[in-house]
Ligand binder design. Structure first.
Ligand code: SAH
Ligand code: MG
Length: 245
């Protein structure tokens, strides 16, 4: 910022924090209310999914699972591609895992990678309670260690990337490798209140690497959308694999 702009903006900035916080809270509440309005109409109460959120909260897990509206979107997308093999990176309490496993075509299976043993245990219990244990295979360990072992189990029709953002570009590279022409790759949390364009920490840098990698990858066609709702301001990317690896 040049000196003139600094001088011009100083008086306004001095009054900004208080008002901005109030306005932000109001906007956030509206986003969340609308998310709930939509969910109330389109997503009937569901014992298995509701109890995942309750149990995760009781166990003190951080509230990082997708929202109900997003979970259903994942299910619909996986159904759209008729997924028989799904790969998820980052299970937490198994909330998105359950949505995705429900999308599986008969005889299909889902592999989910989770590094945290406590999360893995809760996810397995939740998946079992949802009656999906026969279709879901949770692999405990760091995703980057597990991914190279999955070549023989692919190709996957649908991949959901939702773990640590620092490795997001590496996960995407693997997702493409483990896919086939027509597979869909969804990547969560690619906006995070604009982290992507702030260029200030390792997360923004890895997000930037991810976007560049995807743009340069001739085997995928990708877009990304910003979202607002109960999860605040974030976004997801969706890539269609257009050629076999
Ligand atoms: N997909 C879940 C939320 C996942 S939160 C849902 O929407 O319900 C991110 C998860 O990724 C956490 O459980 C975290 O333990 C896991 N994670 C973080 N780093 C990881 C890594 N290197 N390998 C595998 N899992 C990892
Ligand atoms: Mg996420």
């Amino acid at each position: 910022m040049g000196l003139m702009e600094y001088v011009q903006f100083t008086p306004r900035q001095a009054t900004r924090p208080v008002n901005e916080t109030k306005t932000k809270k109001k906007i956030h509440k509206k986003w969340a209310d609308i998310d709930r309005y939509i969910a109330d109409r389109l997503i009937p109460p569901d014992r298995a999914l509701d109890s995942v959120l309750e149990l995760s909260q009781t166990a003190g897990l951080r509230d990082h699972s997708v929202s109900p509206n997003q979970g259903k979107l994942l299910m619909l997308l996986a159904q759209t591609v008729g997924a028989r093999a799904i790969l998820e990176i980052g299970a937490l309490g198994g909330y998105s895992t359950i949505w995705l496993a429900r999308a599986l075509a008969p005889g299909g299976r889902l592999i989910t990678l989770e590094a945290n043993p406590a999360h893995a245990k809760i996810a397995c219990a939740n998946v079992a309670r949802a009656g999906l244990a026969d279709r879901v295979d949770l692999r405990l360990g760091k995703a980057l260690d597990a991914l190279p072992t999955l070549t023989a189990e692919g190709p996957f029709d649908f991949v959901f990337i939702d773990a640590d953002r620092v490795n997001i570009d590496k996960y995407f590279r693997w997702a493409v490798k483990l896919s086939r022409r027509g597979s869909l790759i969804v990547v969560d949390n690619v906006v995070r209140y604009g982290t992507a364009i702030k260029d200030e920490d390792s997360t923004s840098q890895s997000l930037d690497r991810f976007y560049r990698l995807a743009a340069a990858e001739p085997k995928v066609s990708m877009t990304a959308l910003q979202t607002v709702g109960v999860k605040g301001h974030d976004g997801f990317a969706m890539a269609l694999v257009t050629a076999n690896p």
